[in-house]
Design a protein around this ligand. Structure first.
Ligand SMILES: Cc1cc2nc3c(=O)[nH]c(=O)nc-3n(C[C@H](O)[C@H](O)[C@H](O)COP(=O)(O)OP(=O)(O)OC[C@H]3O[C@@H](n4cnc5c(N)ncnc54)[C@H](O)[C@@H]3O)c2cc1C
Length: 521
């Protein structure tokens, strides 16, 4: 076998998977048919859950330095600012990163590519997968090399992170079900001055659609996203100058442009692969699902696909777990993609509908409803949980097991464990729990009782135990998250709850590893 895992595609998804395998010591090879990293800014929104994952990878600090935090969103209609929604710490108490970070995809890919070097890995550029055939023990792959010659290699597993036109998906005969939307979008990175509130998101709602202005790093640097005016559709030679009249018409003439560094149009599709796995091949990221950019979910969902598969693949490759564990990738990620497509479809229909009534709703009513709704703490939290992706859960996964006796409001098996500040010794100060978790292992959080898991010798290097002693400050913090003051939570390496219960029982933990995770003792 030439490699344990062949990762096809060095976009954000492939780079994340390579990092997750590299830091677990797995032999993976990552290839891309392009000559080098993408230079376009493309996806801009980095969500809180992604930043939490970056923090474990050691790149969150650098991402925050390079990016811009959105302090608020301003909604404009008819040339007037009709509402402002504060977003600066919308998710405070829910995540160490309670905002959306604006960071170009070129920077994201650079940071993930640099992180790869720590594990002695590098992307093999100008290398394209052109053929594959699967056997019982591996996959024979044909690669087109930089000199144009073909080369055959064998890989135990193949991860198709090769984008919307995925070759892996095509060669596996997996259908990409869905359709294109009727509208064509444009994106433009510009230098501009005008009525926009600096450093904040500005949303111009108009009868026939919208323009979004995202603040980018630097001064007067904006990303504009909008719908291509109908008279420009069908041409393939559009330039930024062609869309300027429509932006002026809707956003006002006080707007002036000093330059445009990137302009592109694209027809958005909503599609999902009917399966995310075929034997030894997996699909992740845009290869598995594409949808409208509403809510800045696309790239983040691909990164989480990789975070979900990474630890499972590492355990299967190293022989610690049986390959049955890998079935849970599809079980967990297809429902996430299905839900994402449904939500983004609904939101997209609302912002682009050509219907007269929808236009009236968008310009006269929508901004006010959003502003009023977002003044309620419960709604703000719900919106943050959804957009930030911290609310993604795998409750119906076969890997989620709750023992009896837990209150309904407590975190459930399958949930991302909540972010808490806890004291880990009687004399200590409260610490950030997420900083204490090691996401290359399972973390057993034992609350208000002694930790004596025992009976788990073969897991010692893979299981970390954190004891949370009884303490008034801990009790207050636990109560905030509805966690019983005596309980235990076994977190999977991706920090979702695998097993939860009240009284810690070594047997239940041992059984969970062998029965649910297919661990070999
Ligand atoms: C113009 C534009 C604007 C966008 N704006 C946004 C946005 O604002 N917000 C958002 O969330 N998303 C946006 N997106 C989508 C976002 O860029 C994608 O969701 C994201 O790039 C997906 O990452 P990925 O790694 O899954 O796939 P990709 O980034 O597409 O990476 C796939 C990689 O696979 C390589 N590859 C393909 N086939 C092969 C092969 N056979 N062999 C070897 N290598 C191969 C490609 O060269 C590529 O580098 C935008 C996309 C475009 C095109």
């Amino acid at each position: 076998m030439d490699t344990d895992v062949l990762i096809v595609g060095a976009g954000p998804t492939g780079l994340m998977l390579a990092n997750q395998l590299g830091r677990r010591g797995i032999r993976a090879m990552i290839i891309d048919r392009h000559a080098g990293p993408a230079l376009e800014t493309r996806a801009l929104g980095v969500q809180a859950r992604t930043l939490e994952i970056y923090s474990h990878l050691g790149i969150a600090g650098r991402a925050l330095e390079l990016g811009k935090r959105t302090a608020g969103a301003n909604l404009w209609a008819g040339g007037r600012r009709s509402a402002r929604v504060p977003l600066g710490d919308i998710g405070h108490d829910l995540s160490p990163y309670p905002y959306v970070l604006i960071l170009g995809q070129d920077d994201t890919e650079r940071l993930l590519g640099e992180a790869l070097r720590q594990w002695g890995m590098a992307v093999q550029w100008n290398t394209e997968l052109v053929g594959l055939s699967q056997g019982a023990d591996g996959v024979d792959v044909t690669l087109k090399q930089p000199d144009g010659a073909s080369r055959s290699i064998s890989a135990a597993w193949v991860a198709g992170c090769d984008g919307a036109r995925s070759s892996v998906r095509g060669l596996c005969g997996i259908e990409f079900q869905g359709a294109p939307y009727e509208h064509v979008f444009f994106v433009a990175d510009v230098q501009a001055t005008g009525p926009m509130v600096p450093d904040e998101l500005n949303v111009y709602l108009w009868r026939d659609g919208f323009h979004l202005f995202f603040p980018m790093s630097g001064t007067d640097h904006w990303r504009i996203v909008g719908i291509l005016p109908p008279e420009l559709r069908g041409r393939d030679d559009q330039e930024f100058a062609d869309v300027v009249p429509s932006i002026h018409h809707e956003a006002g003439t006080g707007l002036s442009f000093q330059g445009c560094s990137w302009f592109s149009t694209y027809r958005i599709q909503h599609r999902r692969a009917e399966r995310f796995r075929d034997g030894r091949c997996f699909l992740l990221g845009d290869a598995a699902h594409i949808h409208s950019p509403v809510g800045a979910q696309g790239m983040n969902t691909g990164l989480q696909d990789a975070y979900n598969l990474g630890w499972k693949l590492a355990l299967a490759v190293s022989g610690r777990a049986g390959t049955a564990l890998l079935d849970s990738y599809e079980d967990e990620r297809i429902p996430v993609a299905r839900q994402l497509l449904a939500t983004t479809d609904r939101a997209f229909a609302l912002v682009v509908s050509d219907a007269w009534l929808a236009g009236l709703f968008r310009t006269r009513i929508l901004a006010k409803i959003i502003a009023v709704a977002m003044s309620f703490d419960g709604i703000r939290k719900l919106v943050f949980r959804t957009i930030s992706q911290i609310g993604i859960q795998y409750r119906s996964s076969p890997l989620s097991q709750a023992l009896p006796g837990q209150p309904d409001a407590a975190p459930r098996a399958g949930d991302r464990f909540p972010w808490l500040r806890l004291k880990f010794s009687a004399a200590g100060l409260p610490e950030d729990l997420f900083q204490k978790l090691d996401d290359t292992r399972f973390n057993l959080i034992v609350i208000g009782q002694p930790a004596s898991p025992g009976g788990l010798p073969a897991l010692e290097d893979l299981l970390r135990t954190l004891v949370v002693p009884s303490d008034p400050a801990n009790d207050r913090e636990l109560a905030r998250a509805h966690i019983p003051s005596r309980s235990f939570y076994l977190l999977r390496p991706d920090c979702h709850v695998g097993l939860s219960g009240i009284r810690l029982e070594a047997d239940a933990v041992t059984r969970y590893f062998s029965e649910r995770l297919s661990f070999r003792q």
